[in-house]
Design a protein around this ligand. Structure first.
Ligand SMILES: Cc1ncc(C[n+]2csc(CCOP(=O)(O)OP(=O)(O)O)c2C)c(N)n1
Length: 320
């Protein structure tokens, strides 16, 4: 922590708090029957998106997943348009026709959330191929889960990125489950990071509940990619606070594991560090929380005041 400026550390904290506030608000709205569709909450995993995206600029790109709100917020998406999309309103990112799993904002380098597990990986490899072909210094990050790391897209993506020396950072969010299947059941490897060796690229495993550890690993990988030294794999070990989606009570999680990981919640843990090391006062952190709460409440008002799309636009914006 000592090498990071207060501004950087509070930036990480602010991003995590904005994501958590968005997710907890969305959960309440869903339970109140105000949101339709599906919600895969990112609560508990905030340090990953915050740490990685702190190393990226608008020109860098990310591909996301079904659990994508955190990536979008950390990469600078407009919260009002995100919330309006969850509400199915015309002012949303997809004009209210896409929902939680289809948020994209090309102006911010957010190539898109994706309901197809592992599908963001080859898309990111393609984006990185274009970045290299054009001679840019920009990089692409692809976020995906431990479950996705068993898909062919992961292996093809790592192989091609390695063979072509592309500026991709593969960020695995190992939250210990693919839906209800525990990591030890779906993978013989003890870590995802070790799979990097098969493609002769660097692979590291970090504490995914520590935004500074994530940021430091991402900084190293981004530096390599910008310097033309090719892809890296980062495995961030973390825990999702809820079930796979909002209607899943997660009976497959052991109570003692859940308790242990909740005690390791990245936000209170980082708060303790920031105050103990004299970087920020409790009042400063409370002010950041209040700011996030106001911002998300304003987004809810924006969404609720927005109209639904008209029926006759149903077939617009489709390829076929
Ligand atoms: C190709 C494909 N197979 C299966 C599914 C159904 N599905 C949705 S999420 C999910 C689990 C994904 O687990 P993981 O990649 O670890 O991500 P996490 O949900 O833990 O963030 C599955 C199997 C899907 N959406 N796409």
């Amino acid at each position: 922590m000592s090498d990071c400026s207060k501004e950087v550390l509070l930036g990480l904290y602010r991003t995590m708090v904005r994501i958590r506030t968005f997710e907890e608000t969305a959960a309440r709205l869903f339970q109140d029957g105000k949101l339709a569709g599906f919600l895969h909450l990112y609560s508990g995993e905030e340090a990953v998106a915050a740490g990685v995206c702190a190393c990226l600029g608008d020109e860098d790109c990310v591909t996301s997943t079904h659990r994508g709100h955190g990536h979008c917020i950390a990469k600078g998406a407009d919260i009002n348009r995100m919330m309006a999309e969850l509400y199915g309103r015309k002012t949303g990112y997809c004009k209210g026709k896409g929902g939680s799993m289809h948020i994209a904002d090309i102006s911010k380098g957010i190539i898109g959330a994706n309901g197809i597990v592992g599908a963001g990986i080859p898309i990111a490899v393609g984006v990185a191929f274009a970045q290299k072909y054009r001679g840019e210094q920009n990089v692409t990050v692809t976020f995906f889960g431990d479950g996705a790391s068993n898909r062919g897209t992961f292996h093809e993506g790592l192989n091609m990125a390695a063979a072509q020396n592309l500026p991709v950072i593969f960020v695995c969010e190992n939250n210990h489950f693919g839906m209800s299947t525990p990591f030890a059941v779906h993978s013989k490897n003890k870590t995802i990071a070790q799979r990097a060796a098969a493609y002769d690229i660097p692979g590291v495993r970090v504490d995914g509940n520590d935004p500074v550890a994530v940021m430091e690993a991402a900084e190293e990988a981004v530096k390599r990619a910008r310097a033309g030294e090719g892809p890296s794999l980062i495995e961030c070990v973390t825990w999702r606070h809820y079930g796979h989606f909002i209607g899943d009570p997660a009976p497959y999680k052991k109570l003692e594991d859940d308790k242990k990981w909740r005690e390791n919640d990245p936000i209170p843990r980082f708060e303790k560090k920031l105050t103990a090391e004299g970087i920020a006062s409790a009042d400063e952190l409370d002010a950041i929380k209040a700011e996030a709460e106001n911002e998300i409440q304003a987004a809810v008002r924006f969404a609720e005041d927005s109209p639904f799309p008209e029926v006759d636009v149903m077939f617009e914006d489709l390829y076929v």
